[in-house]
Design a protein around this ligand. Sequence first.
Ligand code: NAP
Ligand code: ZN
Length: 347
Amino acid sequence: MSQVAAYLAPNATDPLAPGIVERREVGPNDVRIEIQWSGICHSDIHTVRGDWGPQHYPLAVGHEIVGVVAEVGAEVTKHQVGDRVGVGCMVNSCGECENCVAGDEQFCAKGSVGTYGSIDRDGTVTQGGYSREIVVVEDFVLRVPESIPIERAAPLLCAGITTYSPLKRWGAGSGKRVGVLGLGGLGHMAVKLAKAMGAEVTVLSQSLKKQDDGLRLGADHFYATSDPATFKTLSKQFDLIINTVSAPIDVDAYLRLLAVDGALVNVGAPPEPMSLRAGSLIGGRRSFAGSQIGGIAETQEMLDFCAEHGVAADVEVIDAAQINEAWVRVLASDVRYRFVIDASTLG
Ligand code: NAP
Ligand code: ZN
């Protein structure tokens, strides 16, 4: 065991504070990573606040991790000391069930092990990326291409793959009209990725405050959802809408923006239920679907796609001491467009 500096949530409500987490000794298939940058995902906040259920505290969250390999186990073949690597939302899965074999480790039948707040194989609670080091089995460690600026690569490990996966699955590309609902961490990656895939991209944001940014990020159009005229103008205009909003939405209103056979894919994960009318689906053969991160091979594919297309997150780099303030800004929809923690300031 080794003890490493971290920032931890003491409970569901109090500010995060410096502390330590324990990391296991490097096993034969393990990689020890010196963390350099760690992104702040809205899921970190949902988790700590107990939105998705009770947690074990103190908890270090963070699942957008990039850094350098510091040590490898005797049987590791995929990574070497000094490699630039990343870890996303999962650190293990059974590897044998139908879903793992299909490359959907996030849907492991035995339950994939989350990067934080999960019970690991050794019975301990996993601790995430707001820390100086992490030990992860090699299969769950990604290669981060050299051409992506390292701090701008961190958010790709969650925000990137969570939007890449449904965009690809639902056919975003040339001739497709894609709406991105919510321009935060996930939303800004959805805009960049959909554009890089060749789609026509429209941002649907609460106001026009982020319009200049949205267009700079690659969107073709930008509309405010607070303006009722938006819903008239855009009626039946989209093939695909990716909903990244962290709060419940009026599902029917957005389904009505879909053309025949269009899909509204939910990646936002508010704890509250959302309802919809059957008529909004059947009156256009529309679908309402969900998507959760992406598998490991697909995450590597996404990183390579980003390198090839010059895609990286727009980040605000912060020190550990600014984490609590950053969380307040995320909750106020005031992130431009992902906070990334300089891990060297964690203590
Ligand atoms: P974020 O940076 O806070 O972005 C969410 C955006 O949603 C905000 O910037 C805002 O955009 C909009 N929004 C927030 N509150 C709203 C409200 N009350 N009404 C309407 N719009 C609102 O969050 P994120 O890190 O991108 O995460 C977004 C959601 O996805 C979270 O629920 C998170 O847990 C979830 N998530 C899911 C997965 C998955 O695998 N499915 C993975 C990661 C995250 P505008 O200012 O443009 O309106
Ligand atoms: Zn996340």
